[in-house]
Every structure is written in C-alpha cells, then in structure tokens.
Design a protein around this ligand. Structure first.
Ligand SMILES: NC(=O)c1ccc[n+]([C@@H]2O[C@H](COP(=O)([O-])OP(=O)(O)OC[C@H]3O[C@@H](n4cnc5c(N)ncnc54)[C@H](OP(=O)(O)O)[C@@H]3O)[C@@H](O)[C@H]2O)c1
Length: 257
C-alpha cells in the first residue's frame, strides 16, 4: 500500500509542485486549498501521469476550527496520513499600521494556528502508529525581523522555533519534524503579498526546485533545511552582524522589492 502525504496549500506554487514530486515517488496524496477548480485540475493532471490516489479537499484553513474540520474530513474518509506537509501560507507586504486587521488575523491563523493544530492532531495518530513525518514550511524570513513584512516574518520565526522544539520531543516516537526555509521562490506568493516588479523580476529558484528539496530533506537527519547556498550563507553570516543592522538591511531589501 502506498504511503499518503497530506499537503496544505497545494493549489499553486511550492505546494502544487510538491504534490507532483511526491506523486512521482509513488505516494498517494491528500491535497488541500481553497480553490476547488485548481485542485481538481491538479488531481486530473497527476492521475494522467502517475498511478496514485489523489483526494482533493477544498477548504479555507484560516478559520478558528479549520484544522479540526480538515482532520475530521480526513478521518471520515478513512484516510491515513503518513506525512503531513504544512505548506499553506501567505505574506502581506507593507507598513504594519496600514494593513487591514482582518487580513493580518487570517495570516496569523493560517501561518501559525492552523499549522500548530494540524501538527497536534496528526502527530497524535503518528505516535500511535509508531512512525510519521511532519514538514513545516517556514522561510529565511524566520531568521531575522523583516520591516514591511513584520507579522509574516514573525509567523515564520514561530514555525521555525515550534518545529525545532517538537522535532526534539517527537524523535523518541520515531516522528521526524523538519522546518523547510525557502528564500524568494517563483510562485504566486509575491503577487498575493503585494510585491512589485523588482521582486518578481529577480532570478530565483522555481517551486519545482523547492519541491525536490523538500523531498530530499526527508532523507537527511536535520530538523532545519535552508534552501540554496546563498540563503545558507546569508543566515550564517547574519550571526556576526549586530541585530539592528541585520533588521535594517532586511527592511531595505524588502522596501526596494
Ligand atoms: N515563494 C516564496 O518566495 C516563499 C519564500 C519563503 C517561504 N514561502 C512559504 O512557502 C509556502 C507556499 O507558498 P508559495 O510560495 O507556494 O505561494 P503560493 O503560490 O501563493 O501558494 C500558497 C498556497 O496556500 C494556499 N492558501 C492561501 N490561503 C489559504 C487559506 N486561507 N486556506 C487554505 N489554503 C490557503 C493557496 O491556495 P488557495 O488560494 O487556493 O487557497 C496556495 O495553494 C508558504 O507558507 C509561504 O509562506 C514562500
């Protein structure tokens, strides 16, 4: 029997390419996002190419009870989740005082609360099964505060810190937890966050590159996986620069993009 991977935010970008990557490796899929039409197209495309079962669950994951609803849907369908990939997320570019509080709330719910609750619900089953993998998509923005992307970078710092802590706790139960930290990557992220042309015109890795990286990271014994040499170097070198200066540089990079 194939193992099953549940991927949130699988209707575009990194999540969609990760769905194709795992399908190509013989996994069954549960794909989740709000846009049903997109999910159905992806399911069809995967079924045409690979022999695996794809279950599409259209759902808004930014509600207070979204995680419980998704978990119950999966259980009621009689599906078992061997790998959980918490990928759904978005950012909001701009001054903190200018963004709509409702949108801020949605971002915090999706990027942190739903991710945490899904991890809790599915890891309980994984503990019972004696094995499992949880992959949480953080960001290189997690390693320093980023002005004009303040709540987003803080939410990704939460994902990184939370993932590292539970990676330690769950190791004895044979459950692996990995925080993936992409840098700027081609996807719908920039458009949704409100970045301008400078961001989208820079040369950056594709979501397909990230999908391959996520799959490979499962085979390595490391709870934090930063994508790309340049990003690894930036994270490493920031340790030797005063914190305030790092924040200033990060803010300048975002402001000009
Ligand atoms: N691209 C980058 O530069 C970059 C860098 C670092 C980290 N990341 C992280 O990578 C992850 C994937 O982002 P991406 O770059 O692939 O962006 P993307 O193309 O915009 O994909 C985001 C996915 O999340 C889903 N989503 C958004 N709001 C949702 C909601 N309320 N409920 C359910 N699903 C929702 C979207 O689907 P629907 O719209 O259909 O719901 C979509 O499938 C995110 O966590 C992001 O923070 C991205």
């Amino acid at each position: 029997m194939n193992k099953t991977v549940l991927i949130t935010g699988a209707s575009s970008g990194i999540g969609m390419e990760t769905a194709f990557e795992y399908a190509s490796k013989g996994f069954d899929l549960i794909i989740v996002a709000r846009r049903k039409v997109k999910l159905d197209e992806i399911k069809k495309a995967i079924n045409e190419k690979y022999k695996c079962t794809v279950t599409a669950i259209p759902k808004d994951l930014s509600g207070i009870n979204s995680a419980e609803e998704l978990y119950n849907d999966v259980k009621n369908m009689g599906l078992k989740t061997d790998i959980l990939i918490n990928n759904a997320g978005f950012g909001i570019k701009g001054q903190f005082i200018e963004s709509e509080i409702k949108r801020d709330e949605e971002m915090m719910m999706l990027n942190m609360l739903t991710l945490t609750k899904l991890t809790k619900l599915f890891s309980a089953d994984m503990v019972k099964n004696g094995v499992g993998t949880i992959i949480n998509i953080s960001s290189t923005a997690a390693f320093q505060a980023v002005p004009n992307l303040g709540i987003y970078s803080a939410s990704k710092a939460f994902v990184l810190s939370f993932s590292e802590a539970i990676a330690f706790e769950l190791k004895k139960h044979n459950i692996r937890v990995i925080a993936i930290c992409p840098g700027a990557t081609e996807s719908e992220f920039a458009q949704v966050a409100g970045f301008g042309n400078t961001f989208t015109k820079q040369s950056m890795p594709t979501s397909k590159d990230l999908a391959g990286f996520i799959y490979k990271s499962m085979g390595k014994n490391c709870p934090v996986a930063i994508h790309g040499l340049k990003n690894k170097f930036m994270v490493w070198s920031a340790r030797f620069v005063p914190r305030q200066l790092v924040v200033k540089i990060a803010g300048m990079m975002i402001k000009n993009s």
